[in-house]
Design a protein around this ligand. Structure first.
Ligand code: PBG
Length: 328
């Protein structure tokens, strides 16, 4: 005779609904947007079906959908008209991201606007900071990069961003940005720190989307080694000490243990980034008819929530919000 029969509580949808431990709601979702300099641009991203680069004047249909679905926040990436060795378009007040922030604040004032802060979309070499002078040197200089990241953050705050999200993985970037924001009168602008960001193969499609593939080398000298979980805790500790308001682990799916460990040790709001490669894999398998897109996407998002993330940055934001609301 079995006395324990876990199946009793799995028998009907209502019973399963009662005992469900983890919820996924629209409140948990953050939608990334790629904003291109120029006008009249809607350029689909081949490796990310359903996603596109858009110029500011072509954002409205996307914003309408986000508002209708009540998605609370967007994360902005810029594709500038010009790139140079220092990434100066990144802090240009007339660049795509500041323009988009102003437009969104006017058109969709209820949306929280998060601006990604990194130089890789803006540098001619595609690295996340400035390089040492030596010819052929691939060294990304840490401290000289901090000031440039701070300029970007202030430009986005000036334009009206609610939150800035430094993703360059330079040491001390949160402290440098906090100091610069405060000095510029932006003490109410929050920092969402990409605290534990790994050097991941899953960023591949994003680099097509943001046109930010490094011209040489890779990012392993500044992004984290995927093998390291304890080091992630040290990275998070530093960012908390430097004044991060919210934390992020990135990517999400292959790093659920890191999300869980951060959740247990820290009380700040925690985001996880389901990155481009995670999205592309589900999309590609679904297009082949090898996987049920809706179920796989919702399962992956629920798992990220179960691991402990409060918020999920995901290219499925729109679809997931629709599915959760009961739409097809
Ligand atoms: C910028 C940045 C990257 C991503 C977010 N911010 C790319 C990278 O580090 O190469 C990746 C996002 C994704 O893959 O969806 N540094």
């Amino acid at each position: 005779m079995l006395t324990r029969r876990p199946r009793r509580l799995r028998r009907t949808p209502a019973l399963r609904q009662m005992v469900r431990e983890t919820t996924l709601t629209v409140d948990d979702l953050i939608a990334p947007l790629f904003v291109a300099d120029g006008s009249g641009i809607v350029r689909p991203i081949g490796s990310m079906p359903g996603q596109a680069q858009r110029s500011v004047d072509r954002l409205t249909s996307e914003l309408d959908a986000l508002m209708e679905l009540k998605i609370p926040a967007v994360l902005l990436f810029g594709i500038p008209a010009h790139k140079d060795v220092t990434g100066s378009s990144g802090w240009d007040a007339t660049g795509p991201v500041p323009q988009a922030i102003r437009a969104i604040k006017q058109y969709a004032p209820d949306l929280a606007v998060i601006a990604d802060v990194c130089l890789c979309e803006y540098t001619s070499h595609g690295h996340c900071g400035v390089l040492a002078d030596a010819p052929g040197s691939g060294d990304v200089l840490n401290d000289p990069t901090l000031e440039l990241l701070a300029r970007c953050a202030v430009a986005y705050a000036d334009a009206g961003a609610d939150i800035v999200a430094p993703s360059a993985m330079m040491d001390g970037q949160v402290a440098a940005i906090r100091a610069a924001l405060d000095a510029a009168g932006h003490d109410q602008v929050a920092i969402l720190s990409y605290a534990a960001k790994f050097a991941s193969a899953f960023y591949g499609p994003f680099r097509e989307a943001a046109e930010s593939t490094p011209a040489f080398g890779d990012r392993r000298a500044y992004q984290m080694d995927p093998a390291n979980g304890r080091e992630a805790m040290r990275e998070v500790a530093l960012d908390v000490a430097e004044g991060a308001d919210m934390l992020m682990v990135k990517p999400a799916g292959a790093y659920l243990d890191v999300i869980s460990a951060v959740r247990q040790r820290y009380d700040l709001p925690l985001a996880a980034y389901q990155v481009s490669g995670e999205y592309a894999m589900i999309k590609a398998a679904a297009q082949q008819g090898w996987i049920d897109e809706r179920r796989a996407a919702l399962e992956s998002l629920t798992a990220i929530r179960r691991a402990g993330a409060d918020m999920i940055i995901t290219y499925f934001a729109r679809d997931a919000a629709r599915w959760i609301a009961g739409g097809a």
